[in-house]
Design a protein around this ligand. Structure first.
Ligand code: R1P
Ligand code: URA
Length: 280
């Protein structure tokens, strides 16, 4: 499949802007893009659209484009972790995407959060290992307020249980999230990690949000994340629930964002705010 690729090495791109990893070209990718980690979730997301067209499947990146309530939309899986998430974001943005919603799963570290609930990520701790390649660690991995507000509106409309707060993005599922490694291997700081983050009000562990939010911030793009809680680290329980609600919320948020973007354009405003629809 990859034999025969000849291009410059800085940005390996072929005719029609074909991107090396995601294998999408110009015209394949829309402005609004949903980013699940798991490739199988792309098909579930596209199943909720009015129209869906398979685009590409390469490595961990599976892509469909289509339309939802008249809004052109794309879903592309990032795979697990910062490196492949950064590649997906780079190549999608090169094709014109500018608004990203991560549709992920996470492990909760707050008592009031239940398995099956959603967490809307307002920001993320940058333990992803990838985002420091782009900007100093003092730069915040903040979700764009419009994407966060659209996800809140979506969860309210759908009447699904949700929380809003900060996630901790790690570069590993086991030791980075204070799980024992092979044979119980652990570093001493691991023993206090969950307690310390819980005390700081951090909602959950996951593995891509900080990369997506940081790169989007640096590039002037919009991004947010909605995460289904599939593990509870304080209760040591794992229940793979809530993915369907995260998908529904993300799809609804795309329609909401598109409506707000149309309103901004019609009223000549750069930023959305709650009273915008009342402006004459
Ligand atoms: C780990 O099991 C994976 O699940 C979470 C983590 O961020 C990591 O990618 O998200 P996804 O369900 O989106 O893959
Ligand atoms: N994803 C993670 O990264 N951690 C969990 O505990 C569950 C899902």
């Amino acid at each position: 499949m990859k034999q025969g690729w000849h291009s410059g090495a800085e940005r390996p791109v072929m005719e029609e802007g074909l991107q090396y990893h995601i294998r999408c070209r110009r015209g394949d990718v829309n402005r609004y893009v949903l980013l699940p980690g798991d490739p199988e979730r792309v098909d579930v997301i596209a199943g909720g659209w009015d129209e869906a067209r398979f685009i590409a499947n390469n490595r961990e990146h599976r892509t469909w484009s289509g339309a939802l309530g008249g809004v052109p939309v794309t879903a592309c899986s990032t795979g697990m972790g910062g490196p492949s998430a950064s590649i997906a974001l780079e190549e999608l943005a090169a094709l014109g995407a500018d608004t990203f919603i991560r549709v992920g799963s996470c492990g909760a570290i707050q008592e009031e959060v239940q398995c099956g609930d959603l967490v809307i990520c307002s920001g993320a701790m940058r333990q992803d290992g990838t985002s420091p390649d782009y900007v100093d660690l003092s730069y915040p991995a903040a979700a764009h307020y419009e994407v966060t507000a659209a996800l809140v509106e979506a969860c309210e409309r759908l009447e699904v249980p949700y929380h809003v707060g900060v996630s901790c993005t790690t570069a590993s599922f086991y030791c980075g999230q204070a799980r024992p490694g092979l044979g119980g291997y652990a570093q001493s700081a691991s023993a206090r990690k969950i307690e310390d983050l819980n005390r700081a009000g951090v909602m959950d562990f996951e593995m891509e949000a900080a990369t997506i939010l940081t790169l989007s911030g640096v590039y002037g793009l919009r991004a947010g994340a909605v995460l289904a809680v599939v593990a509870h680290r304080l209760r040591d329980s794992f229940e793979y629930e809530g993915i369907d609600n995260s998908v529904r919320a993300a799809n609804e948020a795309v329609k909401i964002l598109a409506a707000w973007d149309r309103a901004k354009e019609a009223k000549g405003r750069r930023y959305w705010y709650p009273g915008l629809l009342m402006v004459q």
